[in-house]
Write a protein that binds this ligand. Structure first.
Ligand code: HEM
Length: 417
């Protein structure tokens, strides 16, 4: 039995890949994976591209503020998870399919994604022996195809709309250069070098579904944990509010903008501390090494053995972090209250925590995830004061669902600042 070091050095993680299955999905490995990943990170999720969705982030923020404000008027405590979830989902749908999508279409996509998710365990067995199960579990296969059809019926028209827009732009004397590039746009122009073909509509639909799944719950869960800590520790919330006010001033500014965020080291520290203390993914997608690796002259990791990283335990390691179970954003600040220069969330220099994974399989959406957390935390704290429901403490117990969520979802009272 191999033993696994729980803080592998970066050199070992660089060799890590997931199993060698060939599939048009970012979660598997192969030449296609490399191409798709490069597309996602370099052409699309790169910060310069991510900026083009500022107006969508602003729109989603407005949706969220309206929902919270109308609840606040009712005088009842608010259970925030559903609102965070809806906001993140709307935003990612727009980033994925373009800002021409309306709320009704978003609801249809949400329903199709939800049904697919709820059936995940039921259909898992079909992966094992497809030839056999196609005979003995014929009904289940039919159900699976039906569900798949529902998903495609919703997403393929949206993909075709973007295709038509690209066609029109190509023919037009006045193409829309200012149109924000969405994920589907980048996929439509991809060609597989080894197969001399373009990626087809069904494959694009799969990748979009994966994009929405991977980005929504992780960001929603992290946002809920961070806000829970700000409610539990009002002094931290007050300090954050002071920082925000110093940057945006006392005027009636509608939004903390993305450029403001860069001048808020304490905000970044709060987000990092949230991800350290409550990483939404407790395990990474299983990894494997391509050849036998010996760590620290002590632990053998055999080629192809499934490796699961205990992400939370790394961030709670008392040898790496002082008082690791306490929520203390200051640990990420240097003496001048700036973000510690040496801290690196990608783990390319050292790994003390890895909420997004590390090495070449690191979450391709990590910059977008960080930006969304900083943007929504800053705006929520700037607009409202967040307080615990009278007599109710904030219970930070955990529950394993798709991500590690709050066992008792966060309920709060908010009041406009
Ligand atoms: C707080 C937010 C997020 C967290 C904590 C997070 C965390 C993770 C983790 C731990 C992995 C597995 C990495 C590994 O196995 O080594 C992952 C994979 C992935 N994430 Fe994220 N993620 C976040 C946001 C996002 C966003 C916003 C997107 C896209 C819009 C995204 C897209 C993906 C994709 C496509 C994968 C699979 C990549 C692959 O297998 O190569 N994530 N994420």
């Amino acid at each position: 039995m191999p033993a696994f070091a729980n803080r592998p050095p970066a050199s070992a993680t660089q060799k890590i890949v997931t199993s060698n299955q060939r599939n048009v999905s970012l979660a598997f490995y192969g030449p296609i994976w490399r191409l798709l990943r490069r597309n996602l990170t370099e052409n699309f999720l790169h910060p310069s591209r991510a900026k083009s969705f500022s107006h969508s982030r602003r729109w989603a923020l407005q949706v969220l503020k309206n929902r919270l404000a109308s609840h606040e008027k009712s005088g009842q405590p608010i259970c925030v998870r559903e609102h965070f979830q809806y906001t993140m989902f709307c935003l990612l749908v727009v980033i994925c399919f373009g800002d021409n999508v309306d709320e009704n279409q978003i609801k249809q996509i949400e329903e199709a994604q939800r049904r697919a998710f709820l059936s995940f365990n039921k259909f898992n067995i079909l992966n094992l022996w497809p030839r056999v199960t196609k005979i003995v579990l014929r009904r289940r296969w039919e159900e699976f195809y039906q569900l798949r059809k529902c998903q495609l019926d919703v997403s393929i028209p949206l993909i075709r709309t973007r295709k038509n827009m690209q066609e029109e732009d190509r023919k037009s004397m006045e193409p829309h250069h200012d149109r924000a590039l969405c994920y589907v746009d980048t996929l439509l122009s991809l060609e597989f070098p080894d197969e001399e073909r373009k990626i087809n509509e069904e494959e694009i639909a799969n990748l979009c579904s994966e994009f929405l799944n991977a980005g929504t719950d992780t960001t929603t869960t992290s946002l809920e944990w961070i806000m829970a800590n700000l409610v539990k520790y009002p002094k931290i919330q007050d300090r954050l509010f002071m920082e925000i006010k110093e940057v945006v001033g006392n005027g009636d500014q509608e939004e903390v903008s993305e450029s403001d965020l860069k001048r808020m080291p304490y905000l970044k520290a709060v987000v990092l501390e949230g991800l350290r203390r409550h990483p939404p993914a407790r395990l990474l997608i299983p990894h494997a090494v391509m050849e036998d690796v010996v760590l620290n002259n002590e632990y053998l990791i055999p080629k192809n053995a499934a490796i699961n990283f205990l992400v939370a335990e790394m961030g709670w390691d008392p040898e790496a972090w002082e008082d690791p179970l306490t929520f203390k954003p200051e640990r990420f600040l240097n003496h001048d209250n700036g973000i510690r220069q040496e801290f690196d969330i990608t783990g390319s220099r050292e790994i003390k925590m890895m909420p997004f994974g590390a090495g070449r399989r690191i979450c391709p959406g990590y910059q977008l995830g960080m930006l969304h957390l900083e943007y929504y935390v800053a705006n929520l704290v700037c607009k409202f004061e967040w307080r615990a429901v009278d007599g109710d403490g904030v219970d930070l117990s955990e529950k394993a669902e798709r991500t590690m969520v709050m066992k008792n979802p966060l309920r709060v009272r908010i009041s406009p600042r």
